[in-house]
Ligand binder design. Structure first.
Ligand code: FAD
Length: 406
């Protein structure tokens, strides 16, 4: 049975950063990823920072991969992990589609998944999740269609809308999903207005940025929503229609259009306003949640922390879980940007090294600095998926303390 000091599941930004940080301390590391190449969700990312600089995920991933290879890290792609068992007296047996691997320590860096948002007609060819549109466009280089409608207004759909546009794909508009017991907040204009204010700094128009500043006042905000134009407010030329919802995607053999209705400021449909718009593809954006099943399989305790994006394995700021030799980093711990995932990965790698007794007094200082760097990166993040992320992190730290003292 092959044996390693540290097995990392997920070669995204968190997993690769952890691999680099621990290999730099002399630890033997193996990284496994089910995708055909390393980089995780970084491979689809391309956005402009407020400074004007571009965040090119493919280049970032290549930099991490080159550094990892130079350190002799064993990276295996196209391999899925489906089980983890604790060994006696310690360590883990990890079952993969290739072989079983025993490891003294395991780091789960499996990232996030998209929340489903069912809409009548969503099984038609030409309907895809917004993340699938990003992967097809930026990773597979496949044209997803000629003219599309994005259903679901959030930070991710705004970022990917821009990426599709840069690839020459026309977008007709961005609307809400119709409000129902499944779509909940995603179909509520007020909730979405609040969320959009957090992405206003990405908007190209100074006027929109100014308008967003005004809308930070709650009274102005309710007025803003009441008088929000039915035709929407444009971002990069695409109407963002907060008072319009998709009730159905239609077409005979593939997407031919989307049926829309105007909605009240609370998301109720306004009778007599239904109409159709033509398009040949539709993207559904329901948001992200931590992809944490493997932590559950390992027997790790969980907590539901909405500020972090859902059910999250309990962990501390050193990325340790309450189970000896099991660590987590990146979006599995809460939905944040790639830069935060990288910073957390570095903490996790150093934390494993510390627990293996490989850190000297000076590298112990590096671990504390790395923990502070996570907080700094979080406070400066251009893309922030959850506004109360700091609160969620504090809640998680308290839950970890409770767990290990109980
Ligand atoms: C669809 C989508 C689009 C996103 N777009 C952006 C964006 O534009 N900008 C941004 O800042 N953030 C974006 N994010 C958030 C993104 O997840 C973070 O930016 C960052 O990539 C998180 O890093 P990570 O290392 O935690 O996870 P990921 O980058 O998701 O990497 C996780 C890796 O784990 C692998 N994996 C998962 N399960 C298994 C298993 N069982 N066996 C083997 N391998 C496994 C996956 O193949 C993947 O490569 C997006 C997330 C999603 C889901």
């Amino acid at each position: 049975m092959p044996m390693t000091d540290l097995l990392i599941i997920g070669a995204g930004p968190a997993g690769l950063a952890a691999a680099i940080a621990s290999a730099e301390q002399g630890i033997a590391v193996t990284v496994i990823d089910e995708f055909v190449k390393p980089g995780g969700r970084l491979l689809g990312q391309l956005h402009q920072e407020p400074s004007g600089q571009w965040w090119n995920g493919i280049e970032q991933a290549e930099r991490q991969y080159d550094r990892a290879k130079s350190l002799g890290i064993d990276i295996r792609c196209g391999v899925s992990v489906y089980n983890l068992e604790r060994l006696t007296p310690g360590g883990w047996r990890v079952s993969t589609t290739a072989e079983a691997i025993d490891a003294d320590n395991v780091l789960l860096a499996t990232g996030a998944a998209e929340t489903a948002c069912p809409i009548p007609g969503w099984t038609l060819p030409g309907v895809m999740s917004i993340g699938a549109a990003q992967v097809m466009t930026n990773v597979q280089r496949v044209r997803v269609g000629k003219r599309g409608v994005i259903i679901g207004i959030n930070i991710l759909s705004v970022a990917i809308m821009r990426e599709l546009q840069l690839a020459g794909i026309e977008l007709d508009r961005m609307v809400l999903p119709a409000k129902n017991p499944v779509t909940l907040d995603a179909g509520d204009p007020q909730q979405i207005m609040d969320a959009m204010l957090r992405v206003a700094h990405l908007a190209p128009s100074a006027l929109l940025r100014f308008g967003s500043g005004l809308l930070k006042n709650p009274f102005m905000r309710s007025l803003g929503l009441r008088f929000y134009p039915a035709s929407g407010v444009k971002m990069w030329g695409v109407p963002i229609q907060l008072r319009m919802a998709a009730v159905e995607i239609f077409g005979r053999d593939q997407v031919e259009g989307v049926r829309l209705t105007q909605v009240s400021p609370t998301g109720e449909p306004i009778a007599g306003t239904e109409h159709d718009v033509a398009c040949d593809f539709a993207c559904i954006a329901g948001g992200l949640y931590p992809l944490a099943e493997l932590a559950a399989v390992a027997g790790c305790p969980f907590a539901y922390v909405p500020e972090l994006g859902g059910h999250v394995p309990i962990h501390n700021e050193r990325m340790q879980t309450p189970l000896a030799g099991l660590y987590v980093a990146g979006n599995i711990t809460g939905i944040e940007s790639a830069k935060v995932a990288i910073a957390q990965g570095t903490v996790a790698g150093l934390s494993v090294a510390a627990d293996l007794g490989r850190l000297t007094a000076s590298t112990e200082t590096s671990l504390l600095q790395a923990i502070r760097h996570v907080e700094q990166t979080r406070s400066q993040a251009t893309i922030q998926f959850h506004p109360l992320i700091g609160q969620g992190r504090r809640k998680m730290a308290a839950l970890y303390e409770q767990q290990i003292t109980s």
